[in-house]
Design a protein around this ligand. Structure first.
Ligand code: ZN
Length: 282
């Protein structure tokens, strides 16, 4: 039984502020906690009957987890040049997907910690076929295209509530309670990781009851960016239409293609934030 784990850091045990995730000595502590949360999920998955686990590191430059401390039974995908973003490596050979340390969407609950949608620097809102989505819901739809069900999530309480609007049956480990975007009531790592281990194990044991979130094509994605130049520069792709100064839309035949297209637009928008050639020295 093959399990895919998409790992982020904002919903990791102990994380309460954005400053903890900048590259500094604090960040090194939270990378360690991220690795521990992932290990708890890996262990739970194997206890529940998994025989293979692949982890995709999905925060920032996508190189956060300490591989030397990772459960040796898991394989790790790191590095940021990925066509499939947080889902690189996922295909129809997997039996289920888990989201560890994820977070709520931009403009969602005011209590979900460090909420954003893929790139806080540029994305204000993301819609799929008219429905506002966060990263987990969108990733779950992509997994659904591969017939892979979402069985487990971990993060703060408001995030879990948000995801359950779309995936009411998903098993969840609530490792903290959001007070504001930048403060939380935290469980101790030993307690939180015990919770993750147990819930991940239960999720894998109940895999027979899980259904995948498959959205029939065509898929129309709408993105509202924070700035007008971010939106404008995505129109270099011929399939993109700018429908308002900060808002674009495009349509693809299926969810996997739409996800890659969306990621391409976000990459352009991030790059356009300070002028697309501003950082090039050559
Ligand atoms: Zn992140």
């Amino acid at each position: 039984m093959k399990i895919f784990i998409s790992a982020d850091i904002e919903g990791v045990t102990g994380v309460a502020t954005n400053q903890q995730l900048k590259v500094n000595s604090e960040y090194q502590r939270f990378r360690k906690l991220m690795t521990q949360d992932v290990n708890a999920a890996v262990e739970g998955a194997f206890n529940g009957g998994a025989t293979e686990v692949v982890v995709a590191d999905g925060h920032g430059n996508m190189s956060n987890i300490f591989i030397e401390d990772l459960d040796p039974r898991a394989r790790l995908i790191q590095g940021s040049n990925r066509v499939m973003c947080q889902l690189q490596g996922l295909d129809e050979s997997f039996d289920a997907i888990m989201f560890v340390g994820h977070h709520g969407r931009e403009s969602g609950s005011e209590k979900t910690l460090i909420s954003h949608t893929l790139a806080g620097i540029c994305v204000n809102e993301m819609k799929i076929n008219g429905k506002i989505v966060g990263e987990t819901e969108m990733n779950a739809m992509v997994a659904g295209d591969f017939n892979v069900p979402t069985i487990f999530i971990s993060g703060d309480d408001a995030y879990v509530e948000e995801v359950r609007e779309t995936l009411p049956e998903v098993e969840a480990a609530v490792v903290k309670k959001g007070v504001d975007r930048f403060s939380a009531e935290l469980l101790h790592p030993k307690v939180a990781q015990q919770l993750i281990r147990g819930k991940a194990e239960a999720a894998v044991k109940n895999i027979g009851n899980a259904s995948s979130l498959k959205i029939a094509g065509p898929i129309t994605i709408e993105i509202e960016f924070k700035g007008t130049s971010q939106a404008l520069m995505t129109t270099t792709i011929p399939s993109v239409t700018q429908i308002a100064p900060k808002r674009i839309t495009f349509t693809c035949e299926d969810m996997v293609t739409a996800y890659k297209h969306m990621w391409g637009c976000v990459i352009i928008a991030m790059t356009a934030t300070n002028g697309v050639l501003g950082h090039v020295n050559a």
